[in-house]
Design a protein around this ligand. Structure first.
Ligand code: DAK
Length: 255
C-alpha cells in the first residue's frame, strides 16, 4: 500500500508510504492519497486529518522525476490536473488537515503541505521548490499558495533560486507554525488535533471556508461573506449548545 490510514480518537493519520523513493509521488501515490483524503473527509468518525510521510527522511520529496521524464505535453497536463485535484481535496476539506512534515518536503511535496490548513515540522525537515533546477515551475499550486502564506518577495526568492530551507527558517518565515523533535512530531500534531476536536465542527468548517476564500476577494467582500457565515451558524444546534454551555458554566457537547 502506497498510502496508509490509521484512525484513532477521531484523528486519521494518513501516511505516504514509499520510503525507498523518499515518498515521491507517482500516479498511484497521487490517486491513493486523493482517495484516502476523500474517505477521511466522508468518515463521520473522523474530525481531523494528519498527513505525513513514512520513514525518518522525507515527507514527500516531490513529484516522481523518473515518471515526469517520460511526459509529453498531454501527459504533463494530466499529471498536473491530478495534483490539483489532490491539493484542492486537501484545501477544501471541511475537516482540518495538518501536515506533519518529517523530512524533505520538496517540489510537489512542499505544495501538498501548502494545501494543508496547518503545517508543523520536525527539526530535520527541509522545504523547497526546486523545480527551476529541473527546468520546470511549481505546478501544483506553489506559485499561488506559497506567496499567500509567506509573502510575495520571499516566495519569489525561494521559487526562482530553487534553494532549500531548514525547519527553523521555515518557522521564521511563517511557513510552519511549530518545529518539534522528529520523535514527537505525530504526538504534537495530535495535540493540535485534540484542541481542535473540542470545538464545534460546523464552526471549524465555516472558519476554514472563510480563511480559504479570503485570498481571492476584497476586504469588503470578505467581511460581507463573513457576517453571513457568522449569522448562518445561529440556525444550528451547535451554536446554540456552545453559547448555552458557556452561560451554564459547563463544557459544550459538540460531537
Ligand atoms: N522523484 C523520484 N525519485 C526520487 C525523488 C523524486 N522527486 N526524490 C528522491 N528520489 C529517489 C532517488 O532517486 C533515490 O532512488 P534510487 O536511486 O535509490 O533508486 C531514492 O529516492 C533516495 O534518494 P537519494 O539517494 O537522492 O537521497 P539523498 O539523501 O542523497 O538526497 C534529496 C535526498 C531529496 C536531496 C534528493 O533525493 C533529491 O534532490 N530529490 C529530488 C528532489 C526534487 O527535485 N523534488 C522536486 C521534484 S519536481 C506538475 C506539477 C507539479 C510537479 C510536477 C508536474 N504538472 C503541472 C505537470 C511537481 C514537480 C516536482 O515535485
Amino acid at each position: 500500500m502506497l498510502v496508509q490510514t490509521d484512525k484513532k480518537d477521531k484523528i486519521a493519520v494518513i501516511t505516504v508510504n514509499r520510503p525507498d523513493a523518499l515518498n515521491a509521488m507517482n500516479f498511484d501515490v497521487i490517486s491513493e492519497l486523493t482517495r484516502a483524503i476523500t474517505l477521511a473527509v466522508a468518515d463521520s468518525d473522523i474530525g481531523v486529518i494528519v498527513l505525513t510521510g513514512a520513514g525518518k527522511k522525507a515527507f514527500v520529496a516531490g513529484a516522481d522525476i523518473k515518471v515526469m521524464q517520460k511526459f509529453d505535453k498531454e501527459g504533463a497536463k494530466e499529471f498536473g490536473k491530478l495534483g490539483h485535484t489532490l491539493a484542492s481535496a486537501i484545501e477544501n476539506s471541511p475537516k482540518p488537515v495538518i501536515a506533519a512534515v518529517n523530512g524533505f518536503a520538496l517540489g510537489g511535496g512542499c505544495e501538498i503541505a501548502l494545501a494543508c490548513h496547518i503545517r508543523i515540522a520536525s527539526d530535520n525537515a527541509v522545504f523547497g521548490q526546486p523545480e527551476v533546477k529541473l527546468g520546470l515551475i511549481p505546478g501544483w499550486g506553489g506559485t499561488q499558495r506559497l506567496p499567500r502564506i509567506v509573502g510575495k518577495g520571499i516566495a519569489a526568492e525561494l521559487i526562482i533560486t530553487g534553494r532549500n530551507i531548514d525547519a527553523e527558517d521555515a518557522y521564521r518565515i511563517g511557513l510552519v507554525s511549530q518545529v518539534v523533535p522528529l520523535d514527537s512530531l505525530i504526538h504534537s500534531a495530535k495535540k493540535i488535533a485534540h484542541l481542535i476536536l473540542k470545538n464545534g465542527p460546523n464552526a471549524i468548517a465555516s472558519s476554514l471556508d472563510q480563511v480559504n476564500l479570503s485570498a481571492g476577494s476584497s476586504l469588503e467582500e470578505g467581511l460581507e461573506r463573513e457576517v453571513q457565515a457568522f449569522a448562518d451558524l445561529f440556525e444550528t444546534d451547535e451554536t446554540r449548545e456552545g453559547l448555552k454551555a458557556f452561560v451554564e458554566k459547563r463544557p459544550p457537547e459538540f460531537r
